[in-house]
Structure formats: C-alpha cells, structure tokens
Design a protein around this ligand. Structure first.
Ligand SMILES: Nc1nc2c(ncn2[C@@H]2O[C@H](COP(=O)(O)OP(=O)(O)O)[C@@H](O)[C@H]2O)c(=O)[nH]1
Ligand SMILES: [Mg+2]
Length: 324
C-alpha cells in the first residue's frame, strides 16, 4: 500500500503536448522502413508515449479492492474509493482506445496512395488520440488530487498498537513526539495535519506502534468530519490500547466536561483497554491535580507535561506494560 510510488499525474493537455512533441522531435531517429515510414513512426511514438504514461499510473496505483478493510475504509474517508476505481477504469479504457486508433490508422497508412494522404492519416491519428486524452481530463484531475491526499498515508505494521485519542489540541502529537523521539513529519501538503501519524517505541523486546490521530469531538458518528472518521477507524481497526489524553487546563479550547463526554463515547462503544493521560500538568495547580485524581476516570491516570517532557518516562512504561 504505497501511493508515493504512483507517478505524477499530468493534465490532459500536458499529456497530449508531451506525446506529440516527442513524436515530432524523434520521428527522424532510427532508420526509416517501408513507405510513409516517417508518418508511421510518428504515430507509433505518440501512441506509445501516451499509453506508457497511462499504463505506468495504472500499474503503480494500489488496487483499493484488494487492500485490507482498514485501508479500504480509510481511503474511502479520504477520497471517494468508488470514484477512484471509476477514474482508473477510464484510464484503462483510454489506453486501449488509443491502441485501437493506432492500429486503424496504421492499416490505412499501409494503403495510402500519396504523401498527402499519409500526412492526413497521421494528423487524423493525432486528432482522435488527443480527443480521447481530453475526454479523461476530469479523471486525471481526480487522480492527481487523490494521489496528493493518499501519498502521505503511513503504512501500519502488524504489531501491538496504541492509538492516541482525545479532543483536538490536548497535546496528542506533542506526546507522540516525546514518546518516540520522532521529529514531526510536516509535509508541505496541509492535509497531513489532519491525518494519521505513526511512530514506534521500543524497550528491550517490547515494541509498540503508536498512532496519533486528529482530534475527536463530542459528536454522533453521522455528524463526524473526515478527521474524526479517520480517528474512529484507527480505533476500531488498529487499537489494542487507547491512550486517551485530557487537557484539564482547557487551553485546548474544550471544557473538561466535553472531553469527558468524548472519553465516555469511546469507552462505552469500543470496549478497548484505555490508559488515561492528564497532559499540560505545567498549567495545572497542585490542588487541581489532587482533586482530579480523586475522581473517575482519573484515579489511575498518568500525569505529564509534553511541553516540559515531564512524566513521559512513566507514560512510556505504563504503555509498555500492556504489551503481551
Ligand atoms: N503548556 C503546555 N502546552 C502543551 C503541552 N502539550 C502540548 N501543548 C501545546 O498544545 C498545543 C496543541 O498541541 P498538539 O500536540 O498539536 O495537540 P493535538 O492536537 O492533540 O495533537 C500546542 O500549541 C502545544 O505546544 C503541555 O504539556 N503543556
Ligand atoms: Mg495533532
């Protein structure tokens, strides 16, 4: 499952320009064979250039239908999987169609009586092939957009996985960085900030895959946006442990009550083991922390500050206790 390997996807105009300008420049190379050899070479070369590009896209695009359910659903959240398949089918159709037009034009070229007729057949090939390419312009644009959205999807491994969840801005990504020592992988595409991130944490023989999710809000599944749906998918398909992060300072912009409702939603619906984390301890007064620890679900919570790097070792060893 790797969308990075998908080649750049051109616009229809770019593809037409690329194929026909190559044919113009290169048709004289190589030895001419038979009658109207120069026109023949131009047709063959233009056709091959377009089809090669289309076929490379088709060959490198992962087959959504054959991916595990988690990836399929994730892809469906990010792009419309059905439309993705349809667009790929259009590319396949265009490639075949151009091959047929090529065959047709070459056959007629063989019977051409004059240089003028040969030229006309070649121009006809250009025109028909270009209009096939132009007819898939929308599909090419869709695939280009899909590739951008999917190329930064991390690959998840089959191993013990903890998913970090909680409201937005509570410090989930900061904790992932602290726990894994990973530099934030900030890609130029803004989309990644609302995507899933993955990091690894090791201690002796124990290894944990940590998945950082975009924030969850206190909403029903049908009201969830793309970011929240990704988070729910990660919880449902990947998580063996949920590391649920609270920000009782409420500097995240969500009240503690709202955060507790989100927590309750996950705890009651997914039946997963949960480790609670109280983050941003640097913003909390000692009395507040003590009172918090006397109530559920904070009795066993790990208290830490991702900003100061405090409590991180404790959190790491508490997570590792769940492995095996
Ligand atoms: N004071 C304080 N700020 C924190 C702490 N952890 C994260 N932040 C800040 O909270 C904001 C959101 O953090 P981020 O890790 O992106 O939260 P996420 O949305 O849950 O991934 C950022 O401005 C962080 O610098 C912490 O322990 N203390
Ligand atoms: Mg984050």
């Amino acid at each position: 499952m790797n969308f990075k390997q998908v080649p750049r996807i051109p616009s229809s105009e770019e593809l037409v320009e690329y194929a026909f300008s190559r044919a113009r420049r290169r048709h004289r190379l190589g030895r001419a064979q038979g009658r109207w050899a120069s026109e023949r070479r131009r047709i063959v070369l233009a056709s091959a250039s377009v089809r090669r590009w289309l076929n490379r896209i088709l060959a490198r695009m992962p087959e959504v239908e054959s991916l595990p359910p988690f990836y399929r659903e994730l892809i469906d959240v990010l792009v419309d999987a059905e439309k993705l398949s349809r667009s790929l089918r259009s590319l396949r159709w265009a490639s075949k169609k151009i091959e047929r037009i090529e065959g047709d034009c070459l056959r007629r070229l063989g019977r051409a009586e004059s240089a003028e007729e040969a030229r006309r057949i070649r121009r006809e090939f250009y025109g028909r092939a270009a209009s096939v390419v132009r007819s898939i312009d929308g599909e090419l644009a869709y695939l280009r957009d899909a590739r951008e959205k999917l190329k930064n999807l991390p690959t998840f491994r089959e191993m013990f996985t903890a998913v970090i969840a909680g409201a937005p801005n509570v410090g989930k990504s900061s904790l992932l960085r602290q726990l894994t020592g990973a530099e934030p992988r900030i890609e130029s595409y803004p989309f990644t900030t609302t995507s899933l991130l993955v990091g690894y944490m090791r201690h002796g023989f124990r290894e944990v895959q940590l998945v950082d999710t975009p924030g969850l809000l206190d909403r029903k599944p049908e009201e969830m946006n793309r970011a929240e749906r990704q988070c729910m998918l990660a919880l449902r398909h990947l998580a063996e442990l949920v590391v649920f992060v609270f920000d009782p300072s409420e500097s995240c912009g969500y009240t503690l009550e709202q955060q507790l409702r989100i927590h309750e939603g996950i705890a009651s619906s997914l039946g997963l083991r949960m480790l609670r984390v109280v983050n941003k301890a640097d913003l909390l007064q000692e009395e507040v922390l003590e009172r918090l620890r006397e109530r559920e679900p904070f009795r066993e919570a790990v208290v830490c500050s991702a900003r100061l790097g405090e409590g991180i070792e404790m959190l790491r060893s508490r997570i590792l206790e769940y492995v095996n």
